[in-house]
Design a protein around this ligand. Sequence first.
Ligand SMILES: *Cc1c(COP(=O)(O)O)cnc(C)c1O
Length: 410
Amino acid sequence: MALVNENFLKLKAGYLFPEIGRRVSKYAAENPDAKIIRLGIGDVTEPLPAAVTEAMHKAVDEMATRASFRGYGPEQGYDFLRNAIAQNDFQSRGCNVSADEIFVSDGSKCDSGNILEIFGNDNVVAVTDPVYPVYVDTNVMAGRTGDADAAGRYAGLVYLPVTAENGFVPALPDRHVDLIYLCYPNNPTGTVATRETLQKWVDYARAEKAIIFFDAAYEAFITEPGVPHSIYEIEGAREVAIEFRSFSKTAGFTGTRCAFTVVPKGLKATTASGEAVELHGLWNRRQSTKFNGVPYVIQRGAEAVYSDAGKEQVRQLVSFYLENAAILSQGLRDAGLTVYGGVNAPYVWLKTPGNSTSWEFFDRLLSTAHLVGTPGSGFGASGEGYFRLSAFNSRANVEEAVRRIHTVLK
Ligand SMILES: *Cc1c(COP(=O)(O)O)cnc(C)c1O
């Protein structure tokens, strides 16, 4: 008899986005005239930059002739893209990251889940709370947790609350942990980590021989000077950190699929008997065995993100979403709400008014303003009493959303 991986059965049913979808569909069916604006799921709305689509068209034509056709590429990504990434995302910022430490992939979601395969099952895992649900669920699937409690906290995971009370800065764990997920700029709270905060975490990881998974998917949205763009700007980070980056939010690649992961050479973890093993080699083996690379056409599109025209177009794209975030933040403040994030990230994180729960506020906003956001409690127990609005939308929808919020809350 075939047995299932019972770890999957521990995953909480009624997962966040399906539940949102269910409530919205029900409301829409009962109120067919309601013009619902969705500021829930974090997906981009604007088209790919022209430099990217031009490069992709050119690459498609290359695939059409025998002389320039390409079959399987290197599993780690083509050198032209790895070099462009190393140069533009790291070396230009003074980070010591070389092209052969970059693994091009089809997504940070996949990478941040897959990376767990090269780590033992007995590692103690720490996540911030609220958190990007992928980190938690992939650890549940891998069997690194027990069951979830009523608030959705899994036994065995170490949760680090990030709330207004601690300024959205996670305190170091009060116990030893082995794997730490940090995401900055943060989804869902839209907040960033200072150099001092990241140094504190790198120092902790060095002392505990822990590994930090640093998710910088929203790096391009950093506008304030002094905010670190990469964990490798922090002294000692090469000894303890793996960084995930993605073209999804930066350049509108959510449907196009291209991302990358940095595994520094010399970064090590140990066997049960205490022998140090290089993670670069393990990840290379994992990717070479289970992954056959990102399509050539897509990698050419990603490379174009680093051309002069591409950089300028990406800047405009990011500015557009950040202006949306600013309009949302200001509108919410004017309506009397307390708002966080939205400055270095495309997410606005608000405190629900009048002590309502996240889901109560969700239902109220849907039924009175026909607006869909994401309940903070869906990202973790400490997200209760908060609510996320995404700036990924048209200007017209964002302005209309602000008008409706005023009508409803003022
Ligand atoms: C959107 C997002 C990503 C990007 O995932 P892709 O698979 O590259 O599209 C990664 N991390 C976080 C926290 C995100 O919100």
